[in-house]
Ligand binder design. Structure first.
Ligand SMILES: Cc1cc2nc3c(=O)[nH]c(=O)nc-3n(C[C@H](O)[C@H](O)[C@H](O)COP(=O)(O)OP(=O)(O)OC[C@H]3O[C@@H](n4cnc5c(N)ncnc54)[C@H](O)[C@@H]3O)c2cc1C
Length: 486
């Protein structure tokens, strides 16, 4: 009886599969982060009737993935991806298209570099909110930076700007930008590939930066942004440094809204709380099985999540290079730091952002004030490479009213030379957005990779290599010029 039922189910599944091959294919996307939602958005924007149903599967009860918020004492903060660069044009376009608001980052916070025993560098803090005092303090801090790091600072800026300029090629019109079938091809075309073959340290020494700048400021930034040292690849390092420049921003109310709203606007069937457990290729079509015991036939399947720590079963098996993910522990504390732990006399001496250098003595990568409620009541965000237990937190903080810990499988553990998984996993219609994450992991790089995957799908479906950009204009004539508004 059970066997008959199973055969009947198989017949139904097969018929569904056959039906779906005749009309516009169903696209199944695994993952509702910025990568998966961007694929859905660009598929709808760039196609007319080539694409049928789009389904997005999300194992959690909310969309956004590594863009998420956390609530501490009733207030909401970014828990994962928090800052965007002023030239992250897809993200900027999304906020404009989706009527979201840009929230500029505060740039007047004080900063110090701690080596486990003392602050080797510390900026001045403006005690006054008057703009004139803040400008004076900011000027004095520029001089402080120059005295410590000299002209190397300008060389660092040139290095970052050169990388950003190369990255901007990914926003060129379809006519002058090919569809990329591999990550290597994509990076070679923009001139960024060689930066994935050498470490950040090697790249920066060649660019003429002093060892002191690399060991201190650059190290602090890579530890904050990627939880790793300057032995990450040059490209991931440059992207991390770009995340410390002027003009950073986020989406008011949470970056996660970009994914949520893109999905809402893209005519998507969203399956929340539905984890995909297997993807099987059945000669011309895919069958997705989920943990809910449901089966979905899909003409096209897009994996929009890192596969490294997942147990999705692929039939036939797929082969991708081994990649480790860097875990970043994010600890939020409402309370007050202990100045003695940082060898300081009073709370007002502690910089709002404490960065650290590479030394085994320091148990955290950074501590920053994300909200000052009163002089003796703050909310802090701590990044570390390992979980911080209560005993350690009680040394670091003199007051701890609320503590929230998140363990993120955050981004690839970068190393040079990088190797890349394929965008097309099986030579058919199984795609992998996060193959691009070995280049760099950001919201924008996932959006850029997602856009290329959408074009790749459409070009392989229709046989057209250069898709027309007609639909892109629905974004507005100034689609790629919105940075002027910031
Ligand atoms: C602590 C932290 C700080 C960061 N800071 C920044 C920053 O300031 N700026 C920046 O640009 N980037 C930052 N990043 C990186 C950024 O978050 C990521 O690069 C980006 O969000 C990745 O998006 P994605 O859509 O590719 O993947 P994800 O956001 O990881 O989305 C994948 C989704 O797939 C779902 N999923 C996985 N497996 C399955 C399954 N089997 N079935 C169904 N669903 C599944 C997951 O639940 C997840 O929702 C940070 C990341 C972390 C962790």
């Amino acid at each position: 009886m059970k066997k008959n039922l199973q055969s009947a189910i198989n017949v139904v599944v097969l018929s569904l599969v056959l039906i779906s091959t005749e009309s516009s294919p169903t696209v199944c996307i695994i993952g509702s982060g910025i990568g998966g939602s961007s694929v859905a958005h660009f598929l709808r924007s760039y196609s007319n009737s080539e694409i049928g149903t789009i389904r997005i599967f999300e194992r959690h009860d909310a969309v956004g993935g590594r863009m998420a918020t956390v609530t501490i004492s009733g207030e909401t903060f970014e828990a994962g991806a928090s800052i965007l660069h002023p030239k992250n044009y897809h993200a900027l376009n999304y906020t404009k298209y989706l009527n979201l608001s840009v929230r500029p980052s505060e740039s007047d916070s004080s900063f110090g570099i701690w080596d486990g025993r003392e602050f080797v560098f510390k900026t001045f803090t403006s005690q006054s909110k008057l703009p004139i005092f803040q400008s004076l303090v900011s000027f004095a801090n520029s001089i402080l930076f120059f005295f410590r790091y000299g002209f190397s600072l300008f060389r660092m800026r040139t290095f970052v700007e050169g990388t950003v300029d190369s990255f901007l090629k990914y926003y060129k019109s379809f006519e002058s930008r090919p569809v990329f079938e591999t990550v290597e091809e994509m990076l070679k075309w923009s001139g960024l590939y060689n930066m994935t073959k050498r470490t950040l340290q090697e790249e920066l020494l060649d660019a003429g930066l002093s060892p002191r700048l690399i060991q201190e400021l650059v190290t602090v930034i890579t530890r904050i942004n990627y939880g790793q040292s300057v032995s990450i690849s040059g490209l991931a390092g440059a992207v991390s440094l770009a995340g410390s420049t002027e003009g950073l921003w986020s989406v008011e109310g949470g970056n996660q809204q970009m994914a949520a709203q893109l999905i809402n606007h893209s005519d998507v069937k969203l399956h929340l709380n539905e984890e995909v457990k297997s993807v099987s290729f059945l000669g011309g079509n895919y069958q997705l099985n989920t943990m809910k015991g449901k089966i979905y036939p899909c003409g096209i399947t897009v994996v929009a999540t890192p596969l490294d720590e997942l147990k999705i079963h692929f039939l036939p098996e797929i082969s991708i290079p081994e990649r480790k993910l860097q875990h970043t522990y994010t600890t939020f504390v409402r309370g007050l730091l202990n100045p003695a732990y940082l060898a300081l006399g009073s709370i007002s001496d502690i910089p709002q952002l404490v960065g650290t250098v590479e030394t085994p003595d320091v148990p955290f990568s950074s501590i920053s004030v994300i909200k000052q409620h009163k002089d003796n009541d703050m909310t802090y965000k701590v990044f570390s490479r390992r979980s911080l237990d209560d005993a350690l937190l009680d040394q670091i903080f003199s007051v701890r009213n609320e503590t929230v810990r998140i363990d993120w499988a955050a981004y690839p553990h970068y190393h040079a030379p990088e190797v890349f998984a394929p965008f097309i996993l099986d030579g058919q219609h199984l795609y992998y957005v996060n193959a691009f994450e070995n280049a760099a992991s950001t919201m924008e790089t996932s959006a850029v990779a997602g856009e290329n995957i959408a074009r790749l799908i459409l070009s392989r479906l229709t046989g057209q290599k250069h898709l027309s950009s007609v639909k892109l204009e629905s974004f507005g004539d100034d689609a790629y010029d919105v940075h002027a508004d910031l």
